[in-house]
Design a protein around this ligand. Structure first.
Ligand code: SAH
Ligand code: SF4
Ligand code: F3S
Length: 440
């Protein structure tokens, strides 16, 4: 028998891409490909790309450039570009990088196996359709999914919000929710394979409104039904938009113990003027009131957010308003980015903030976030949390897992990967906590 072909996938960008890469690997698996961690061994290299900021998109081209010697040494090597850069740039990629054999967007990757076959015959294809058919109906049923105890599950894709800075509505298309029964089936399948924690994914996951057996389900309903699946112990979801944070979802946080007390709720700015220019369609005050409501339902909720600094027109006063908002919320975790003008978005037409000003603001903001993050971690010392062990730690006899609040926790224990233990937190290091098992 001949050696199976090897597929190397590099994933950029968000968790949805991580999920998509797994599904693409499974689809190629059905064609006899096995995945490899070593690009040099591969018969096919697939870059699953991100277009969100210029740096992310340009990284793809420099990585493609670095594949050139490999392709020269191994002319049969096929190179594919998938994901959001593929969607945004399509044919352009082939023009700029002739070594690329196929380009496939995020909504049509169920056609990847067929495109790979064409590529083997020397035919280059570009597929950036938003096809009528649902790709999920044409993908294999998570055959090899998860030897890990945690998994991602995409429930909603695309975005109709068109924030002034963002490419996602263009690269991922309109908002679509997967039918509830399919999600439940996929979740049960994952649990049978040993998964104990599922993170539901969507660009605007809390806008989920998938068809259920008795009409459309909200995300809250979906969460409550998933919580009934035996063996599924933890449920998370990301990313949410403040305007879709419905009352039934907030209530679920107070009532459903399997729903973890960590919420990523990006706000981008604390200035109403900038929020308006960004087309976020809410004010800073509304966001703060919303967080009060969420904390009323679940007082220990760990908040996470995203911030953009240096959006066109941002003044010192606007930036100060963002700093005030961060102080008011007190985040457990947050991501922050320097504004990057993206082709085709309305904000890209506007005059950018000077780069040195934006850099300085980013540093100031990140210092505050880092301080809040440290304090949140420090505040865990002495508390008891549940930890789901994900992998052995660097030291012998050690396991690493995540707490309910998504902190990484190191524990000395004989318990296996996939175990959930009650752990008392004993100390806090910059990027993780250390704890000891109280009860398995
Ligand atoms: N749907 C999510 C965000 C998806 S993009 C939401 O609405 O919150 C992830 C993050 O990337 C955004 O929250 C934003 O902070 C950042 N981002 C998006 N476009 C950007 C741009 N043009 N420049 C800098 N950061 C950007
Ligand atoms: Fe982008 Fe805004 Fe949609 Fe988030 S809500 S994906 S930031 S357009
Ligand atoms: Fe990037 Fe596309 Fe995700 S642009 S952040 S990979 S949706």
């Amino acid at each position: 028998m001949s050696e199976p072909k090897k597929l190397f996938i590099k994933t950029y960008g968000c968790q949805m891409n991580v999920y998509d890469s797994e599904r693409m690997a499974e689809a190629m698996g059905a064609e006899g490909y096995v995945t490899t961690e070593v690009a040099e061994e591969a018969d096919m290299v697939l870059l699953n790309t991100c277009h969100i900021r210029e740096k992310a998109a340009e990284k793809v081209y420099s990585d493609l450039g670095r594949l050139r010697p490999l392709k020269q040494a191994k002319p049969d090597l096929k190179i594919g570009v998938a994901g959001c850069v593929a969607q945004a740039e399509g044919e352009e990629i082939l023009k700029r990088m002739p070594l690329v054999d196929l380009v496939v967007g995020p909504q049509s990757y169920h056609r990847l196996p067929e495109m790979a076959k064409a590529a083997e015959k020397g035919e280059k294809r570009v597929d950036t359709d938003f096809p009528e058919e649902d790709k999920f109906d044409h993908l294999p049923d998570r055959p090899k999914a998860a030897v890990r105890p945690t998994a991602f599950l995409t429930v909603q894709e695309g975005c109709d919000k068109f924030c002034a800075f963002c490419v996602v509505p263009y690269t991922r298309g309109a908002e679509v929710s997967r039918p509830a029964e399919r999600i439940l089936k996929e979740a049960r399948g994952l649990v049978e394979k040993g998964v104990r924690e599922i993170t539901l994914l969507g660009q605007n996951v809390n806008a989920y409104h998938g068809a259920g057996p008795d009409g459309d389900w909200t995300l809250a309903r979906l969460v409550r039904e998933l919580a009934r699946v035996d063996g599924l112990d933890r449920i998370r979801y990301t990313t949410s938009h403040p305007n879709d944070m419905a009352d039934d979802l907030i209530a679920a946080h107070g009532e459903e113990p399997k729903l973890m007390p960590y919420l990523h709720l990006p706000v981008q700015s604390g200035s109403d003027r900038i929020l308006k220019a960004m087309a976020r369609k809410h004010t800073a005050e509304q966001y703060l009131r919303l967080i009060e409501k969420i904390r009323a339902a679940r007082p220990d909720m760990m908040m996470s957010g995203d911030f953009i600094v240096g959006f066109p027109g941002e003044t010192d006063a606007d930036f100060d308003a963002t700093m005030d908002l961060i102080r008011a919320v007190n985040y457990g975790m947050a991501y922050s980015f320097k504004y990057s003008a993206r082709p085709g978005t309305p904000a890209a037409e506007k005059t950018p903030v000077a780069a040195d000003v934006a850099d300085a603001r980013l540093q100031t903001l990140q210092a505050l976030i880092t301080q809040q993050q440290r304090e949140a971690q420090q505040g865990m010392v002495g508390r008891e949390v549940s930890v789901l062990f994900e992998k052995p730690g660097r030291l012998k006899g050690q396991m690493v897992g995540k707490s309910d609040y998504l902190h990484a926790v190191h524990v000395d224990t004989d318990l296996p990967v996939g175990a959930i233990a009650h752990v008392r937190i004993v100390s806090s290091a910059p990027n993780s906590l250390a704890g000891e098992v109280v009860a398995a």
